[in-house]
Design a protein around this ligand. Structure first.
Ligand code: DOR
Ligand code: ZN
Ligand code: ZN
Length: 459
């Protein structure tokens, strides 16, 4: 966020404030001033806000009506009536792909950030599988500097584990951490050499940053493009079995146990991943895990013939796996919902199931899909939704976000839980329109996204 932007004060009235950190779920007014949350109170009277220009004399300031406080506001207040809306900390997506540099025909830092803002997301962690790969301190610094100028939300880059993501030589993790990476990851693949990975984990532990693990035994993939099952057989496509993921989940948990690093498992898709995360936590291992909306909503049975928008890695799994993921989220085993937002061009995704690249977009649909498929169905409370989409991601990164309290940075999303509509890819700000959810009826719409006290959506 650029420092120079003029911030007007914002008063959010009558909203349902849901804050996981303080376990607050109540109707309140929130006054935002100079980019921060200034006041949270039962009632702030908008009518009484008036001219109070630069006066030292509090007589000239109009007193804010409130139940038990004596805050003051001055002029230029934008009032948002949030009656019937959820007012939540800005969403934090630990797993996105912005394709910049190198594949800017798919997405740029600028368009990816707009997609985030449209989705209620105020902080993202873009993965390093760009061209060149984000694998050294200089390119990290460049990405951080460019993001400040080009993105309307917070961008915290993830650095690669090995140079060029080639799996051989560990990157300068400390140098990258000093320049602003929030984590390391080899996303797109796994570091198959366990010794190399263990070295990287030890350094990440010293730097106190998490390792975000894409779990896929590349030797077992053998050209697979979808879940290994009857559907793959019927379509004549090669399968990716659950073991492809599970073997690396098991290995990474064991390496995390040995090194003590914070391990965050990306896009878990199998029932055994859930079971292993549960057991690892019981064993005291420092592990967290994320699930993406497509994995907790769709199964392999939903894949229509030859539609590349249903192709992602890991693939859509069985109904049994989907059920285990939903229960894992409900039971607090799986703590994070992230998107793996992976934009590709229309042409790339029209190459049929076998030839299309892996990945779907997610930033602009994740809040609505989570609300529709997990909250309205009773798997999650609205509070748990906030936990998994904002508070827990912030805790994993160790950043002071994901909560709304007096004095906090004003990263806030205002969400209308009653709005019903069909997902329309033409409304996406992302350059990627590759989603299997186009045309799906959902409930829940992001109406305002506020980042650092500035309205970044509506645009
Ligand atoms: O589906 C995926 N797409 N999975 C990944 O691991 C990488 C991502 C991408 O970069 O497109
Ligand atoms: Zn991945
Ligand atoms: Zn990814």
């Amino acid at each position: 966020m650029s420092e120079q932007k003029v911030l007007s004060d914002i008063l959010i009235k009558n909203g349902r404030l849901i804050d996981a950190a303080s376990e607050t779920d109540c109707i309140a007014d929130i006054l935002i001033k100079n980019g921060k949350v200034e006041k949270i109170q039962k009632k702030v009277s908008a009518e009484k806000i008036g001219n109070a220009e630069n006066s030292e004399n509090t007589e000239n300031l109009l007193r804010v009506t409130c139940e038990n406080s004596n805050g003051y506001v001055d002029s230029n207040v934008m009032v948002i009536d949030a009656e019937g809306r959820f007012v939540m900390p800005g969403l934090i997506d630990l797993h996105v792909h912005f394709r910049d540099p190198g594949f800017t025909y798919k997405e740029t830092i600028h368009t990816g950030a707009l997609a985030a803002a449209h989705g209620g997301v105020t902080t993202v962690c873009p993965m390093p599988n760009t061209k060149p790969v984000i694998d050294n301190p200089e390119i990290v610094k460049e990405t951080v500097d460019r993001s400040k100028k080009e993105a309307c939300i917070n961008v915290l880059p993830v650095g690669a584990v090995t140079i060029g993501q080639m799996g051989k030589e560990v990157t300068d993790i400390k140098g990258m951490a000093d320049n602003g990476i929030c984590a390391i990851s080899e996303d797109g693949k796994s570091v198959m050499n366990s010794n190399v990975y263990r070295q990287a984990m030890k350094i990440a532990k010293e730097c106190d940053i998490p390792v975000m693990a894409h779990c896929e035994d590349i030797n077992l993939v053998a050209g697979g493009v979808m879940n290994a099952d009857n559907n793959a057989d019927k379509l004549g496509l090669k399968g990716i079995s659950n073991a492809v993921e599970d073997i690396i989940v098991a290995r990474d948990i064991l390496l995390a146990k040995e090194t003590g690093v914070k391990l965050h498992l990306c896009h878990c898709s199998t029932k055994d991943s859930v079971r292993m995360v549960k057991e690892a936590k019981e064993d005291g291992v420092n592990v967290t895990a994320e699930v993406c909306p497509h994995h907790f909503i769709l199964s392999t049975d939903d894949i229509p013939e030859n539609n590349g928008n249903y192709k992602m890695n890991p693939p859509l799994r069985s109904k049994e796996d989907v059920q285990a993921l939903k229960e894992g989220l409900r039971d607090g085993i799986m703590e994070v919902i992230s998107t793996d937002h992976a934009p590709h061009s229309e042409e790339e995704k029209s190459r049929g199931f076998e030839k299309s690249p892996f990945g779907i977009v997610g930033l602009e649909t994740s809040a609505a899909l989570t609300y529709t498929e997990l909250v309205l169905t009773g798997y999650l409370t609205p509070m748990q939704m906030v936990e998994k989409m904002s508070y827990n991601p912030a805790k994993i990164l160790g950043i002071d976000k994901g909560r709304i309290h007096e004095g906090s940075v004003a990263d806030i999303v205002i969400f209308n839980p009653d709005a019903e509509y069909e997902i329309d890819v033409n409304e996406f700000a992302s350059m990627g329109k590759n989603t299997p959810f186009a045309g799906k009826k959902v409930k829940g719409k992001v109406e305002y996204t506020i980042c650092g006290g500035k309205v970044v959506y509506p645009f």
